[in-house]
Design a protein around this ligand. Structure first.
Ligand code: GLY
Length: 331
């Protein structure tokens, strides 16, 4: 089995980390909504592609829309962007050359829906929402999820772009022995959390998962409690990185429960990363990051390796934040 350990270490040695990067201000105009000193609206999402997802989610909130609609609208932007190679259209395929998508959505009331190993549908997040609203179930997978999506009116679409096909063919030529390490180029799931003006919270998470994974592999993103969790009484969390490690720690649920116990969002993410580390002896060779949103509007994040960043949009605008990490920036 291919394993990310070696490639991850080599990547960390070769690629300059974001050590010297200050807090990056995206210089995007914020809509005139009062600053979120206490309460919403607030949007927070993983990685730099979160900036445009936040923009869309913020528009919904600025119009008086609810947290759930905002979360779905935000990540749909990322799903339809072929330049984002790890989410939706243009995502890296699995080892059989097939793009399979995982997504989940959760409302702070506890309602949730998800799809896993879904093929040919550009917006798995919207299918996940239909699972939540149109079925008595939480999760549909594989052929059943696709059948449901088509019955709901989602048009089948070829998700393997020329760029992803070329990379896949190169991977095959290299004997199928290389799998990109988990970093900004791989596993950069979009996880997005929202808090609306009425204090409702929602979470959405969507990804094409690990590049060249086994066909049928499901990561953390569609698993409620692992890839995301939302509770109006406390707040919400979402995860990015090596999904197997997040699943072992029930990562996002853990972050929310730690906030329930009184930890602030960053502290909760840090303690959850410590739990991931405790459950994954190969932790130095994988990336895992969490972001969290408290119901009072506070946000935070923490990760294993310092190549993870996240986007926050509140009354002060839309901007990138570089969280602290277990492995120091200069290591
Ligand atoms: N975190 C996304 C995945 O492992 O698929």
């Amino acid at each position: 089995m291919n394993h990310p350990r070696g490639t991850r270490r080599r990547f960390l040695q070769q690629v300059p980390l974001l050590a010297a990067t200050p807090l990056l201000n995206a210089k995007l105009d914020s809509t005139a909504i009062p600053a979120a000193r206490s309460g919403g609206p607030v949007v927070i999402s993983t990685w730099r592609h979160g900036l445009s997802a936040n923009e869309e989610a913020w528009k919904v909130l600025a119009d008086g829309g609810n947290a759930l609609d905002a979360a779905e609208a935000g990540v749909r932007i990322t799903e339809s962007d072929p330049e984002v190679r790890t989410v939706g259209l243009g995502g890296f395929p699995d080892r059989d050359g097939i793009v399979t998508l995982d997504a989940a959505i959760m409302d702070g009331s506890g309602d949730c829906g998800s799809v896993a190993a879904l093929e040919d549908i550009m917006h798995p997040i919207s299918v996940a929402r239909r699972v939540m609203t149109e079925t008595p179930h939480v999760m549909l997978v594989g052929a059943g999820a696709r059948q449901f999506a088509v019955a709901q009116g989602f048009a089948p679409t070829e998700l393997l772009t020329e760029a992803s096909r070329r990379d896949y063919e190169k991977w095959l030529e290299e004997d199928g022995s290389y799998r990109p390490p988990i970093n900004v180029e791989n596993h950069d799931t979009i996880g997005l959390l929202t808090l609306d003006k009425d204090g409702n919270i929602a979470a959405a998470c969507t990804t094409s998962g690990a590049a060249y994974k086994y066909h049928g592999r499901v990561g953390d993103s569609p698993i409620i409690g692992a890839g995301l969790y939302a509770d109006n009484e406390v707040g919400a969390a979402t995860a990015t990185g090596w999904g197997e490690a997040v699943i072992r720690a029930c990562g996002s649920f853990l972050v929310v429960e730690l906030m329930r116990q009184g930890h602030d969002p960053t502290e909760a993410c840090k303690l959850a990363v410590e739990r991931v580390i405790a459950k994954n002896p190969d932790w130095k060779d994988i990336q895992v990051g969490f972001i969290a949103l408290h119901k009072d509007g506070r946000t935070g994040g923490y990760c294993i390796h310092p190549d993870f960043d996240y986007a926050v949009y509140d009354g002060e605008g839309n901007r990138m934040v570089l969280p602290d990490s277990k492995v120091p920036r200069n290591e």
